[in-house]
Design a protein around this ligand. Structure first.
Ligand code: GLC
Ligand code: CA
Length: 557
């Protein structure tokens, strides 16, 4: 907790190096006041769930005042709480309550863009061209005789054009929706403002940040802007000098933040969301700035032993180079839940599945869940930090939200060419009965399907074989077994990924279709006990063994 330890340093034994961080998407976690939208009171009321899971930290997705054009990633005010979600006072109480249970808190920092309702953007529009206010954002004159054409024909990542005109004729840049204007990181005043934001949260006692679109921020916009095709074609610009993304000079921002982080004891931590190649990812942690960067490679990989093995080897090697253990992620609020991804059979991927509204590839829910449980146990045994997304501890599949009820601007602004991310943001089922399955007393802001009841927390509490109990056991064991961030491969045959951690902790995953023989050892936990037979491990199952313990085949509870 902030200020309680004096010897912790960022390089030796910092708490986050091998932590389990659980992502709460506040609007969909639990609704305390029955208006259909999750809130801080709801999280406080469900604190027991977080404590019982055995996580080290919670990452709170945005709770800031917002028009919710992009699920709260359009921030009106970085230093406040949306009244629909709660108050700063409640946030303080939530942080204190989590801290009292030894759980750290990360808040979501969105530095690439604000919302168009942010007071500084309003001021920028009001103050007019050439004003210091306007220079906080990326404004330009248009092309054409009267500036009636945008500075460039770029499209945003959300489908709409990337430049939008204001009444006086100038245009502003937004990599996401037009309601998310990009900050001008060439302006020192923007740097100063964000240092204030960091300190605002640091002083409030939070433990760190998840940095949204960390590969954005700095830009190089010269008089002549490149075309969209030039932007999109690899090799047009030297690596690290793309006009918009993953620029080398973004690390200067993070080095500056590091100085702020280090004002706190222990230092604040920060994890980067940067959708970049693994070798580029290294820069976000090895340049004296941020501490971690999400490793999205497993999240993008298929259920295949060779794929897992390659990704783990690569990430492990990079982690060694960075001097920072790797991070592992399967699910978050932006992707199809992994229990669904791993259950898609018969060719095609999750995008095909979304576009066909669930028709093909077919979804085999049992298979998906079995593999998701096996995958999660594998990752929890790896050195480094694991990031979990709310609902995965229930084995929740993705929901096929009806088109007309979708909220994600990606769906609406791309004219249905992309389906968007609502299906992983459906409010959680807490009870098998009752209004919105215990989410709240007043319905849910995204529709919960009837089958959600089968995944309810109260049902899973009573079932020792449930995914919820598996997560709790795995996290408790991991806490006990976690040692140096080292891994030694074990070769147990084709289709098997097996490794040993210091102290004899060993994880074996069978990706194949036939059972594989296990070494003689104590069984600590299996992702599915049905996969364990007379010293062999069935398909799509992970088992943790204690290689240094007495041989035996009973599972520890
Ligand atoms: C990040 C967020 C995503 C959001 C985008 C723009 O990728 O995870 O949800 O839409 O940034 O802020
Ligand atoms: Ca509410």
């Amino acid at each position: 907790m902030s200020g309680t330890k004096t010897t912790e340093t960022a390089t030796t034994e910092a708490w986050w190096r091998q932590a389990v961080v659980y992502q709460v998407y506040p609007r969909s976690f639990a609704d305390g006041n029955g208006d259909g939208i999750g809130d801080l009171a709801g999280i406080l009321a469900r604190l027991d769930h977080l404590v019982a899971l055995g996580i080290d930290a919670v990452w709170l997705s945005p709770f800031y005042p917002s028009a919710l054009v992009d699920g709260g990633y359009d921030v009106d005010d970085y230093m406040d709480v949306d009244p629909r979600i709660g108050t700063l006072d409640e946030l303080d109480r939530l942080v204190a309550a989590l801290h009292a249970h030894g759980i750290r808190v990360l808040v979501d920092l969105v530095p690439n863009h604000s919302s168009d309702r942010h007071e500084k953007f309003r001021a920028a529009v009001a103050a007019g061209p050439g004003s210091p206010e306007r220079d906080l954002y990326v404004f330009r004159d248009g092309r054409g005789e009267h500036g009636e054409l945008p500075p460039a024909e770029w499209s945003s990542l959300m489908g709409d054009p990337a430049w939008t005109q204001v009444p006086d004729g100038q245009w502003y840049l937004h990599l996401f929706t037009k309601e998310q204007p990009d900050w001008n990181w060439a302006n020192p005043a923007v740097h100063a403002y964000f240092r204030d934001v960091l300190r605002f949260w640091g002083d409030r006692g939070v433990d760190g940040f998840r940095v949204d679109v960390a590969n954005g921020l700095t830009k190089r916009l010269e008089a002549d802007l490149p075309t969209q095709q030039e932007l999109d074609t690899p090799g047009t610009f030297p690596v690290g000098d793309h006009p918009l993304f993953d620029r080398d000079d973004v690390q200067d921002v993070y080095r500056e933040w590091r100085a702020v982080f280090d004002e706190y004891d222990p230092p604040l931590m920060a994890v980067a969301e940067a959708w970049v190649t693994p070798d580029r990812r290294l820069r976000y942690t090895a340049s004296g700035g941020l501490d971690q960067a999400f490793g999205f490679d497993l999240l993008r990989g298929t259920w295949d032993s060779a794929v897992f093995r390659r990704i783990i080897e690569e990430s492990y090697a990079l982690a060694e180079r960075a001097g920072v253990p790797a991070t592992w992620v399967f699910s978050n609020h932006d992707v199809v839940r992994h229990a669904t991804r791993y259950g898609l059979v018969g060719g095609g991927d999750e995008n095909d599945w979304l576009l066909s509204r669930g028709a093909h590839p077919a979804e085999d829910r049992d298979l998906g869940l079995r593999r998701a449980r096996a995958a999660t146990m594998l990752a929890l045994a790896l050195p480094g930090s694991a990031y979990l997304y709310q609902g995965e501890e229930l084995g929740l599949p993705e929901v096929m939200v009806p088109d007309e009820q979708r909220q994600d601007p990606v769906f609406w602004r791309k004219g249905g060419k992309e389906i968007g991310r609502d299906g992983c943001r459906v409010p959680l089922p807490w009870t098998k009965d009752g209004s919105s399955f215990g989410f709240g007393s007043g319905g849910a802001h995204l529709p919960q399907p009837d089958w959600f009841r089968h995944y309810a927390v109260d049902l899973q509490e009573q079932d020792p074989a449930s995914t919820l109990h598996l997560y709790r056991r795995a996290l408790a064991l991991r806490r006990r077994l976690q040692a140096d961030a080292r891994l030694d491969w074990l070769e147990l045959g084709d289709g098997v990924v097996a490794f040993r951690r210091p102290g004899g902790w060993c994880s074996v995953t069978n990706f194949g279709t036939a059972p594989v023989a296990l070494p003689r050892a104590t069984v600590l936990l299996a992702s599915d006990v049905r996969g364990l037979h007379d010293g062999s491990l069935g398909p799509d199952t992970t088992v943790w063994l204690d290689l240094d313990g007495p041989a035996g085949t009973t599972q520890e509870a």
